[in-house]
Ligand binder design. Structure first.
Ligand SMILES: [Zn+2]
Ligand SMILES: [Zn+2]
Length: 151
């Protein structure tokens, strides 16, 4: 029994005894219908990106802006107004309570013509987005991060 990344939905899961993923139901040990070079990575708004296409890992200087906005749909008008006020105060105090964020993902010319880059998950708690990316891109991004920490 071990936790592994499901090749289909990229969620880290404890596979069922028959090898199926409890998250998406696909058989994680069977032939994957997605390229095995794909993985998932959490990207922070403050990240410095490697000059590597996030989809195919080819060198590129090109960036594509991915914006996310906090959804207030479905809330009652009063609650929305309160949230807006809280956000506004937080923004004033520069506590990171803004309801928008943007990351600039490297995407080469060839991949730019493909399907739109869409985050799998958006977290305003720590201003992060989750993307399905090339394994090499994730490795380089994590390399850049660890370098940043050590100075
Ligand atoms: Zn899965
Ligand atoms: Zn590319």
């Amino acid at each position: 029994m071990r936790i592994q990344e499901c090749p289909h939905c990229h969620v880290s899961v404890l596979l069922r005894a028959d090898g199926t993923c409890p998250s998406c139901g696909a058989n994680a040990n069977g032939p994957a219908d997605v390229p095995t070079t794909e993985t998932i990575v959490t990207v922070y708004e403050t990240d410095r990106m490697p000059d590597l296409c996030c989809r195919c890992a080819q060198p590129t200087q090109r960036r594509v802006a991915v914006r996310a906005k906090r959804q207030l749909d479905g809330e009652s008008p009063v609650l929305s107004w309160l949230l807006l006020l809280v956000n506004w105060i937080a923004a004033l105090l520069r506590m990171g309570g803004e309801s928008r964020m943007q990351v600039r993902m490297p995407l080469c010319d060839a991949c730019h013509g493909g399907p739109k880059l869409k985050p799998r998950d958006i977290r305003f708690e720590d201003f992060s987005l989750k993307f399905v990316v090339h394994r090499e891109f994730r490795a380089r991004l994590e390399q850049l991060r660890s370098r940043g920490v050590s100075g």
